[in-house]
Design a protein around this ligand. Structure first.
Ligand code: MN
Ligand code: MN
Length: 356
């Protein structure tokens, strides 16, 4: 007997059958995104062989040095998606202005935003990297999109997903009906449904944060982490483990599969900067996925998906994962907006009083 396997395409067609009015445009678009991810996976897997590792001579709009693979992955996303007639424009981490569909191709009803290679500083050390994407409806179907058309809150996304290029390549997507994970069968070249209906476990035992920034953290974050670190004898009454991969995709994937929480909060290191991660192609797609998997995503002060963007490359604080943990941090933000959090461990709100 052959095993019962569902390919990405079959999954999408079966989803579409539940929406009799759907044209199939969205499915075709998702398939083209999947092709871009497969092409990137192939290059990533070849590592140093094709001399595509290391920094390029260019910097992106954020002033970050681009890796050669950042540039290549961006090209792959553009080429895989510009021709199919489903898009009115694209926004990429690697491009300041929206990419307009070349005149020789028809324009369509959707907008695509993406981070073509997330965690690209991990590439030279052979750790997991990924791609992140988000699909919105075009304001003027069939016409060139303007920058303003992309400034929609994340709650308007029709699809979001990421690919992770790890020991295996996976594509994880939501079209608003839960979160589903597909693993690339490299021989077949097809994504196979391996992780249907992913749910973030409610109880968290792991947290991920860049602790080298702890002196810049806001009181709510300090308190949350202090309480985790205090373990069994602290107010949480249990031990936590800490994780930090410095790749959003890898952190998100671990949390979807195994639970926990991720924090890249606002801090006072660069007060002018609201956060590190970009709203349109990092925070929003991850927030859509996390909520569809039963978790929450927040800045600490507001729900990520409610933010009305004011710029294409806007940065936001990002806290996501197990619902109860995110709610706890939001409560700390509320409390410490009015009252400061004292010195860890011995202050009025510190561990030893809070647990008394
Ligand atoms: Mn990124
Ligand atoms: Mn990137």
């Amino acid at each position: 007997m052959l095993p019962d396997r569902t390919t990405l395409n079959q999954f999408l067609i079966e989803e579409r059958r539940r929406h009799p009015g759907a044209t199939g445009d969205l499915n075709a678009l998702i398939n083209d995104v999947a092709i871009a991810c497969k092409a990137i996976a192939k290059r990533v897997a070849c590592g140093g062989i094709d001399n595509i590792l290391g920094a390029s001579s260019t910097t992106n709009i954020q002033g970050e040095t681009q890796q050669k693979l950042d540039v290549l992955a961006n090209e792959m996303f553009l080429r895989a998606n510009e021709w199919d007639g489903h898009l009115a424009g694209m926004v990429s981490e690697e491009m300041e202005a929206p990419f307009l569909i070349p005149a020789r191709f028809p324009k369509g009803r959707y907008l695509l935003t993406f981070d073509p290679l997330d965690g690209s500083s991990n590439i030279d050390v052979n750790l997991s990297v990924g791609s992140i994407f988000s699909i919105l409806r075009a304001t003027m179907p069939g016409a060139d999109a303007t920058a303003a058309d992309f400034l929609q809150p994340g709650s308007k996304q029709v699809c979001a997903g990421y690919a992770i290029y790890g020991p295996s390549t996976m594509l994880v997507i939501t079209v608003g009906t839960g979160v589903h994970g597909f693993t690339l069968d490299p021989q077949l070249g097809e994504f196979i449904l391996t992780h249907p209906a992913l749910r973030i476990p409610t109880a968290a035992a792991e947290f991920a944060i860049n602790a080298s920034n702890s002196r810049f953290w806001e009181p709510a974050v300090k308190r949350y982490v202090d309480e985790c670190l205090a373990g069994k004898s602290g107010p949480r009454g249990k031990d936590f483990n800490m994780r930090w991969i410095a790749s959003l995709v890898a952190e998100a994937h671990r949390i979807l599969v195994r639970g926990g929480i991720f924090l890249y909060p606002r801090d006072s290191k660069e007060p002018a900067r609201a956060g590190r991660l970009r709203l349109l192609y990092e925070a929003n797609p991850m927030a859509f996925i996390v909520e569809q998997a039963g978790g929450l995503a927040s800045t600490g002060r507001e729900r990520i998906l409610d933010i009305v963007p004011n710029a294409l490359h806007q940065r936001v604080p990002l806290i996501f994962g197990a619902r109860e943990e995110v709610e706890r941090i939001e409560a700390y933000y509320c409390e410490h907006n009015v009252a400061d959090y004292d010195a860890p461990l011995f202050g009025t709100r510190g561990l030893f009083r809070a647990s008394a």
